[in-house]
Design a protein around this ligand. Structure first.
Ligand code: ADP
Length: 257
């Protein structure tokens, strides 16, 4: 296997991850370039979160390689370039004692260090991040008193506060209602198109991913599809990803029966 020589934002080469005897990721080779908007789909247990956590260097592979910005992940240290919204981030306790601004400020830790006082620059960056996601008016509100959609934006603001080049979003719309979900997809679409932020979005919402992403990757322990969202159905991506026997529906494509 050749080492990482190029400098895409993210790259895995023949990545294998095991938990005990269970092979969760097998031979995953993936490259994400600057400016892309990639949707990652697959059934429960397919290894999507494991892949994101591997990309962040939180899990050691049993084999293969992960590179961030052309460097092996264990030697990569510029974590301000990558913003991460983990699964279930919105499920904070109603009594959680932090305001929206304080949560957004935590996104500055990679830049500032854990035990340093916040500077005026940090506070400005956190406020700007709240404004970028449209909730700067909620800066002082305890996060536990916000709606699911508003909380989701707070955690997106936290990921944006370090001014990353890349956002990794793990099921960010789980647990929020349909209208908040739509607003959220519009918001991240704008971050990609207008601000040029590269996005890797893990979602169960196949339809939304097909609508807003430029590239769709389907994972079922291995990569079973990597290509255009439009061609996913026609090329049998659903059946490969979800282990289903899906027939091609002519009415969806306008093809004759
Ligand atoms: P997905 O995000 O696609 O639902 P995950 O990456 O969360 O999938 O999980 C893939 C598989 O790995 C599942 O079978 C899950 O139970 C297992 N798994 C996840 N985390 C751990 C862990 N820390 N220890 C053991 N098994 C795990």
């Amino acid at each position: 296997m050749s080492p990482c020589t190029c400098d895409p934002l993210l790259e895995t080469k023949n990545l294998n991850v095991q938990y005990g005897n269970a092979h969760v990721l097998q031979d995953v080779t993936l490259r994400i370039d600057d400016g892309e908007f990639v949707g990652l789909v697959g059934p429960n247990g397919a290894g999507k979160s494991t892949l994101l956590r591997s990309l962040l260097g939180l899990i050691d592979p049993s084999n293969g390689e992960v590179c961030c910005c052309g460097r092996p992940v264990h030697r990569f240290d510029d974590w301000t370039r990558i913003g991460y919204v983990p699964q279930h981030a919105v499920n904070v306790d109603a009594k959680f004692p932090a305001s929206a601004l304080e949560i957004a400020l935590l996104g500055r830790v990679a830049k500032r260090g854990l035990f340093r006082r916040w500077t005026a620059e940090d506070k400005q960056a956190a406020n700007d991040a709240l404004a970028r996601v449209g909730i700067d008016h909620l800066a002082e509100r305890p996060v536990g008193t916000l709606s699911g959609g508003e909380r989701q934006r707070v955690f997106l603001a936290k990921a944006l506060a370090g001014n990353p080049d890349l956002l990794l979003l793990d099921e960010p719309t789980a647990g929020v209602d349909m209208s908040a979900r739509e607003d959220f997809y519009n918001l991240i679409d704008g971050l990609n198109h207008e601000e040029g932020i590269t996005i890797l979005l893990v979602s169960h919402d196949l339809q939304a991913v097909q609508l807003c992403c430029h590239r769709l990757v389907a994972l079922n322990r291995r990569i079973v599809y990597d290509g255009s969202p439009e061609a996913f159905d026609e090329e049998g991506g659903i059946s490969r990803a979800y282990d289903m026997n899906v027939s091609h529906h002519p009415e969806r494509t306008g093809a004759p029966p």
